[in-house]
Design a protein around this ligand. Structure first.
Ligand SMILES: C[S@@+](CC[C@H](N)C(=O)[O-])C[C@H]1O[C@@H](n2cnc3c(N)ncnc32)[C@H](O)[C@@H]1O
Length: 553
């Protein structure tokens, strides 16, 4: 038996590709629960994913996560690794799938998922479980992958989550039934996985109550429940006893004699015309129903939902709450390797689990940091962000690797909201916004931000001033990786100061230039500090102890 080692556990947010992060940072059998919701471009139709990769059509349509799901050198390497070093069953399956599907985006998606699922299997504890969230486009192939990696025997459920009660109108144009469900494939690593169905029972609604509690006596409504164990429940000699002149067969009563006497005393035991004892089950005895594999009681987040953060594929907290409560205990480690805006992480934190989140975009890491800090404030457990540029060299490396990621990271450090999806749009004008309040009119004032990772040019300041005028912004920020020139600084100074009416004597430069080096050294923007958070605050949900020691096995 492994010894329990007591270590100080810091929750972790990793910025990077989950494949490398899991391989390099997460030890074997260290995680209790994995939930993953990998990106899958829902606009990409079946046909697009199956098109042989010989043209541009599919490439143009699958824009969102193009690096991951295209057949390229990385996919080819992953394919080779799976076939030559992967588990035998998986290697056979991958070969068969390639011969069936050909070399297209669907196959690339499956290869990239397979190599990551192998890592997830490695990091999962013997008692752990995994929930793979996907949609019907690929769920049948993913199930094959899961069967070969986790084992047929460890398949537990295909949970059907109904996201919408009414499929979108446009779906009726496609000559098929509207699709309103996702699939969540639920597997364990062994049959000793943790599972607590009683924690996630659903309260009955009023119609169900009326239907179920269909009898009434002077104490109120009830339904007639069995007191005797059925034949299929098997023999229980210790529950065979005489009560009020009745002795059951070898299967026995459903409860001990003391409990039965107590029930009888409350007036909740009665005898049928044929002389069989039964119990009156009251609403207090059984107010809930167990959850099945069809989840229709949790709706996708609507545009007005309180917890909505503006992240396109954000999942509802209620969904993660059910999964985390049913399949883990307080202090357990929950991993979300595709964590987006951090729904799993926020719920794990609220439910006193330890957590690890990984995402490849810095935008997600920034959103998660704000979500956690805004929600839990001083009660947030200690956590580390791994992979954030900490010095000028790593910031420069990030800018060279991907200038959009750099831009999102830089905006995140000053809590600015990115202006648009830069990957899709042209690099025009404003990159980010910060809103603040400096009076009681309820009207937010605006700061616009431009981020530059290349060589600085003098006309940047003139452009920024023009944008400020057009956008009616009080303050303009130039955030630059390179040092500004003296003429740039001089021109910035000519913009003068912003003087808020309600802060007499306070002045703030209208145009501020901030270098990444200054930012990393702790320099902050200057603007009236009656500021509100740029990101929407989620409801504060629970108290928790700070800095506690967690048991890691
Ligand atoms: C569908 S979203 C997850 C949404 C999440 N469940 C939530 O509620 O916010 C998928 C996320 O996976 C991230 N992602 C895609 N490929 C990745 C990779 N190879 N490694 C880590 N994250 C990745 C994307 O950046 C995106 O944020």
């Amino acid at each position: 038996m492994k010894e329990a080692i007591l270590i100080s556990w810091n929750n972790k947010l990793y910025f990077g590709d989950n494949f490398q992060i899991m391989r390099e940072h997460i030890p074997d059998e260290s995680v209790d629960l994995i939930y993953l919701d990998p990106p899958f471009n829902s606009k990409a139709t079946y046909n697009v994913l199956f098109a042989e990769k010989n043209g541009t059509q599919s490439a143009a349509q699958i824009t969102a996560f193009e690096d991951t799901w295209h057949w390229d050198m990385k996919t080819e390497e992953a394919y080779h690794e799976l076939v030559t070093q992967g588990p035998k069953k998986l290697a056979d399956l991958i070969l068969a799938l390639r011969s069936f599907l050909g070399q297209n985006d669907m196959m690339a998606y499956l290869v990239m998922m397979a190599i990551r699922l192998v890592e997830m299997h490695r990091v999962l504890k013997q008692t752990g479980s995994i929930y793979l969230h996907c949609d019907p486009t690929a769920s049948h192939y993913l199930k094959l992958l899961m069967d070969s990696i986790f084992g047929f025997n460890n398949y537990l459920n295909d949970i059907i989550w109904q996201r919408y009660t009414r499929p979108k109108g446009s779906q009726f144009e496609s000559k098929r039934y509207g699709v309103s469900t996702d699939s969540i494939l639920f597997y364990s690593k062994t049959d000793s996985h943790k599972f607590y169905i009683d924690r996630v029972k659903i309260p009955l609604n009023s119609t169900e109550i009326t239907k179920r509690y269909n009898l009434v006596d002077d104490k109120g409504p009830y339904y007639s429940g069995p007191l005797l164990r059925s034949y299929s429940m098997g023999a229980r000699p210790n529950l065979v006893y005489e009560y009020s002149g009745f002795t059951p067969g070898i299967e026995g009563w459903r409860m001990t004699k003391d409990k039965l006497a107590e029930l009888d005393k409350k007036g909740d035991v009665f005898w049928t015309k044929s002389g069989i004892p039964r119990r009156k089950v009251r609403l207090d005895d059984d107010p809930d129903k167990p959850v099945s594999n069809i989840w229709i009681d949790i709706l996708a987040l609507g545009s007005q939902a309180d917890e909505r953060l503006g992240f396109p594929t954000q999942k509802p907290e209620a969904l993660l709450e059910r999964i985390i409560k049913a399949s883990s205990n307080e202090g357990d480690i929950v991993l979300d390797p595709f964590c987006g805006c951090g729904t799993t992480i926020a719920v794990a934190e609220r439910l006193n689990r330890c957590w690890i989140g990984i995402d490849i975009t810095h935008l997600s890491i920034t959103l998660m940091k704000h979500r956690l800090e805004d929600t839990f404030k001083q009660e947030l457990s200690p956590y580390e962000v791994v992979g954030d540029p900490k010095d000028l060299t790593s910031a420069r490396a990030l800018a060279e690797h991907d200038r959009y990621l750099f831009e999102w990271w830089a905006l995140g450090t000053i809590a600015a909201r990115p202006a648009q999806d830069k990957k899709k749009g042209a690099d025009s004008g404003v990159d980010g916004y910060i809103y603040f309040f400096d009076d009681y009119s309820g009207k937010a004032k605006k700061i616009i931000v431009q981020v530059k990772s290349g060589k600085v040019k003098r006309d940047y300041i003139a452009t920024l001033k023009g944008d400020m005028e057009r956008e009616k912004a009080e303050i303009g920020i130039l955030l630059t990786l390179e040092e500004p020139t003296r003429p740039m600084k001089e021109e910035a100074a000519t913009a003068g100061f912003y003087e808020p009416e309600h802060f007499p004597g306070k002045i703030y430069p209208r145009v501020q230039i901030l270098t990444v080096e200054e930012l990393l050294a702790g320099k902050v923007l200057q603007y009236p500090k009656m500021a509100v958070g740029t990101f929407k605050k989620a409801e504060r949900k629970s108290k928790r102890e700070q800095g506690e020691q967690k048991q890691l096995f």
